[in-house]
Design a protein around this ligand. Structure first.
Ligand SMILES: Cc1cc2nc3c(=O)[nH]c(=O)nc-3n(C[C@H](O)[C@H](O)[C@H](O)COP(=O)(O)OP(=O)(O)OC[C@H]3O[C@@H](n4cnc5c(N)ncnc54)[C@H](O)[C@@H]3O)c2cc1C
Length: 488
């Protein structure tokens, strides 16, 4: 409480900010806030940081105040102020980041970007410009209504820039490449509080670094992306449930597509606990922008081998694809529900070792049985064609791992404070054994799927780090932007 009060006083004195709303919890804080003469723009909101929950409370940062700036200048002022007084802060878009490195942020400022949720599509120029706080779900309608598309992630409530700045994995990777491959330019607020444009023409080194490690260099207040005509207005979406004994067939099917994955096909396998199906259950989601019959034909090699417990195959407009997937279960999968305790680990595969996966699934089944409190835990395999992603030159962006065949993601849910060591031990061991047989050595993990215990080499690529670090020294020598998988 003391630190909150004292630095708010500093905040007031330093910036002469004007408080518009003071939604603070205690009478003491209210009186401190209302006595200050703050000078942020009138629509800026100051709020109790506990009111805005993150997707996971695991290793979450702690704040003494939340600020929801309304203008670019407000953001500049806040960054300058925080840097000057060495107050830690975290720019926050969709609040879906889950790295344990956030736990190093104590008593800071939550710099909430949710007043910057504008989306503007220029259909003639084939571009889309978005504000800093836009979520994937914000772009579906404007793009679709203009007859356009872009790769998005598989959850509507994830911040588009939070995902893009690390890479951007999604169902249309096979058609368009990583989300960051669609970036044309960004307006970025630097650690010095300056606004710079970065593109291949301007500050091109910074633009290189922004595409793969962007959150280490500043706050992207606005970004312009290349968009394309819709591949197909209608997208075929198929969902299947399979029991544990289907694991070899499913993994053999994924493996058969390792090198020959059709560009328009995306496959996401979800492992979860479903009591009525006897515990560990697979949900396979397949999407395909094209006729349903073509999708079914691509799935037949799997469906000829095993009969699903349940299935649903539908055709939906592109804008609704995220909501249709997994039996239209986005809300019940808790992808958008905030404030739960989730402990997340990532991994990757170049080439599947089927027996390693089979034995992991049996271990996971044992884990579910032994720890009923952790039965909300889920595991994902995301497989998209990598051909388009690899068609961009490896040196064109900081993103290091264009050759990943499939991304792995463990999301452990259990009551806070219980099972922590058990889960971490299980997760580290599962990740190590799948990684050891993945075909990648050294280990490669998409930075946005990193747990937080990996070395920067693993997340950013040892070959990219020297340039990333020298650019970091140039643009953020005091390491102000250091809480999301820090480079240094
Ligand atoms: C349920 C779920 C589904 C996911 N699905 C996908 C997916 O399909 N594809 C994929 O690639 N990733 C996915 N992710 C991972 C996601 O990309 C990362 O968690 C990402 O960091 C989330 O960004 P955010 O804005 O939502 O989160 P935040 O926690 O708000 O931000 C994450 C980090 O990015 C920084 N940041 C956010 N906005 C900006 C900005 N405008 N300028 C500078 N820095 C910024 C923040 O400071 C923070 O360090 C998913 C995560 C979850 C939890």
């Amino acid at each position: 409480m003391h630190s909150f009060t004292s630095w708010l006083l500093v905040l007031g004195c330093a910036l002469h900010l004007h408080i518009v709303s003071a939604l603070v919890p205690s009478a003491n804080l209210s009186s401190v806030l209302s006595s200050l003469h703050l000078n942020l723009s009138p629509a800026t909101e100051i709020f109790d940081p506990n009111e805005t929950q993150r997707w996971t409370t695991h290793d979450a940062p702690t704040y003494v105040v939340g600020v929801r700036p309304a203008t670019e200048v407000d953001v500049q002022n806040l960054v300058v102020f925080a840097a000057l007084h060495r107050i830690p802060f975290l720019a926050t878009g969709g609040a879906h980041g889950f790295t344990t490195s956030y736990g190093a942020l104590h008593n800071g400022i939550l710099l909430d970007l949710s007043q910057f949720r504008t989306v503007s599509v220029d259909a003639d120029a084939n571009t889309m410009t978005i504000g800093a706080g836009v979520r994937f779900g914000d772009v579906y309608e404007p793009l679709y209504n203009a007859g356009k598309e872009i790769t998005t992630g598989t959850s509507s409530c994830v911040g588009m820039l939070g995902a893009t700045l690390g890479g951007g994995v999604g169902r249309y990777n096979g058609i368009h490449g990583m989300i960051l491959d669609a970036l044309i330019s960004v307006r970025l607020i630097t650690a010095a509080g300056e606004v710079v444009t970065a593109s291949t023409m301007e500050n091109s080194d910074l633009f290189w670094a922004v595409r793969g490690a962007g959150f280490n260099y500043g706050i992207v207040i606005e970004a312009t992306y290349r968009v394309t005509d819709l591949t197909s207005q209608l997208v075929a979406n198929a969902d299947f449930n399979f029991p544990l004994n289907a694991s070899t067939a499913i993994m053999s099917y994924l493996k058969s597509l390792e090198t020959e994955m059709p560009e328009k096909l995306s496959l996401i396998a979800l492992v979860s606990y479903v009591a009525e199906y006897g515990g560990l259950t697979f949900t396979l989601n397949a999407a395909y922008p094209g006729p349903k019959e073509e999708l079914v034909q691509l799935l037949n090699p799997l469906l000829d081998k095993i009969a699903p417990l349940r299935q649903n195959i539908s055709v939906v407009p592109w804008k609704d694809l995220t909501y249709a997937g997994f039996f239209a279960a986005e809300p019940s999968m808790a992808a958008c529900v905030k404030g739960l305790y989730r402990n997340v680990y990532g991994g990757s595969v170049q080439s599947y070792n089927i027996s390693s996966f089979d034995s992991f699934f049996h271990d996971m089944q044992g884990f579910y049985s032994k720890y009923p409190d952790a039965q909300s835990s889920v595991f994902f395999i995301e497989q998209f064609s990598r051909n388009k992603t690899m068609s961009f030159s490896a040196g064109s962006t900081a993103y290091p791992y264009r050759d990943i065949t499939a991304h792995l993601l463990w999301n452990f849910g259990y009551p806070a404070g219980s099972l922590e060591d058990t889960v971490n031990e299980f997760a580290v061991s599962a990740r190590a054994s799948l990684q050891a047989s993945s075909g990648f050595s050294p280990q490669q993990i998409y930075v946005n799927y990193g747990h937080g215990d990996e070395s920067p080499d693993v997340l950013y690529g040892a070959h990219k780090l020297p340039k990333l670090r020298s650019l970091k020294q140039l643009w953020d020598p005091e390491n102000v932007f250091r809480f999301n998988h820090p480079l240094v």
